[in-house]
Design a protein around this ligand. Structure first.
Ligand code: SF4
Length: 417
């Protein structure tokens, strides 16, 4: 991991929501965006609160119409997380959102580029101490006028890069746009430059991190459904973050935005960029040695841990005793399944040997008890390693080596005999 790049810092929020800092020495913040209509106040409030409960530090809402900015007044009263107004095409939506008390404005240089209009938004934000994200997107950056000429000119600059012309256009657009802000001596800025292409996303953020010291909002735009969008996003954002680049992230899926928050947090936990809240679950992929329904068990354990555990205990669900102990090393609570049974360990001590149908409830009970002991200061997380020495537990469970030892193993030959 490369140490995080030092940037300026912006702050958003108020006394009611708390202040979220982005950039500088602040932890990487997680953002998402509502999927519903902002003017449907009750639904919008419910969605924002659900996203905040999932762990979003900041939530963005679309404000395409006047009725959306009007709704903000009520929405802001009923939510407790900083809200960003996402403004495209109509600079007046930004002015209205500022007036409503929103905590941050996002402007797209691709569709609000009249200097007087931008200046009006800057003045309003400056007066209220509200930061602005300048967010260029690959989809809205292409200038229709003289497009080919500009691409040819600028593309040469990044000739060695994949999609060098797009990279050059996005950087040029950011530089031109930020000049307007600098002339007004407005530096309360965060920037983003999103593409649908993960490789281009890595290139562009790497380039802009060298040119600007503003905090960077990372994202792969239009990443697709969760199943594939997750890979597209985490490949790009994870690479940048591991290289020390990025101050806030938004993963975007064509799916429930709660998944965006959950996956962004898991990515940051995995990289050690946020302190984990809740249990960390590890589980084996299963193989021909499995003798319980591990996939169902893992999903049930995951759901229950999410609801009931908020201390970062490490929980391991392993299909057998053959490789399980080594792979679960460091787990606070672990179960090793066997022949329709499971042995449960808590920090290396065996506490139960139970039939398959009792594994879920007993494992959760051990997690709850362990969480309570951590809270009382009786135990520390990750203090002891799981140390299970074969052959004893293997014989106890009747799995793994026991099966292998009890059967004749066919001789395996390679190639023609
Ligand atoms: S823990 Fe056991 S069942 Fe699970 S993958 Fe490893 S060897 Fe297979």
């Amino acid at each position: 991991m490369t140490p995080r790049r030092q940037t300026r810092q912006i702050s958003l929020g108020d006394r009611r929501t708390g202040i979220v800092r982005i950039g500088g020495d602040a932890p990487v913040a997680v953002q998402t965006m509502t999927a519903g209509y902002t003017h449907e106040i009750d639904k919008c409030v419910a969605e924002i609160n659900r996203l905040a409960a999932a762990g979003a530090d900041v939530v963005r809402v679309a404000v395409p119409e006047r009725k959306d900015t009007e709704a903000l007044v009520e929405i802001l009263k009923q939510t407790s997380v900083p809200i960003v107004a996402d403004v495209h095409f109509h600079y007046k939506r930004a002015l209205e959102a500022v007036e409503a008390g929103v905590h941050k404005i996002r402007l797209n240089p691709g569709n609000i580029n009249d200097r007087d209009q931008v200046n009006a938004v800057i003045d309003a934000c400056k007066e209220r101490g509200i930061p602005i994200r300048v967010g260029v997107n690959e989809g809205s950056i292409i200038e229709r006028k003289d497009k080919q000429k500009r691409m040819d000119e600028l593309g040469k600059y990044f000739a060695g890069h994949k999609s060098g012309h797009l990279l050059a256009l996005m950087i040029a657009k950011l530089e031109e746009y930020l000049d307007i802000f600098h002339e007004k001596e407005f530096f309360d800025i965060c920037i983003s430059a999103k593409s649908m292409d993960p490789a281009l996303t890595i290139d562009i953020y790497t380039e802009i991190s060298k040119r600007f010291d503003y905090p960077l909002h990372l994202g792969v735009t239009h990443a697709g459904p969760k199943e594939t969008g997750c890979i597209r996003s985490v490949v790009a954002l994870g690479t940048l973050l591991a290289n020390g680049i990025g101050d806030t992230v938004r993963i975007s899926y064509a799916s429930d935005p709660v998944y965006e928050v959950e996956d962004a947090l898991e990515m940051l936990y995995c990289l050690g960029l946020r302190t984990r809240i809740g249990a960390e679950l590890i589980a084996c992929p299963t193989c021909g040695r499995i003798q319980v329904d591990l996939f169902t068990l893992v999903q049930e354990v995951r759901k229950k841990l999410k609801d009931e555990i908020d201390v970062p205990i490490k929980v391991a669900v392993m299909g057998c005793i053959v490789n399980g102990p080594g792979e679960a090393e460091g787990a606070d609570v672990a179960v090793f399944a066997g022949d329709r049974r499971g042995i449960i360990y808590v920090q290396g001590q065996k506490v139960a040997n139970i039939p398959e149908e009792e594994i879920l409830e007993r494992l959760l009970q051990e997690c709850r008890d362990f969480q309570a002991r951590v809270r009382r200061g009786e135990v520390k997380l990750g203090e002891k390693k799981v140390e299970i020495k074969p052959p004893d537990p293997i014989g106890e469970l009747g799995s793994g080596f026991d099966r292998i030892a009890g059967q004749k193993v066919e001789r395996v030959t390679v190639g023609r005999t």
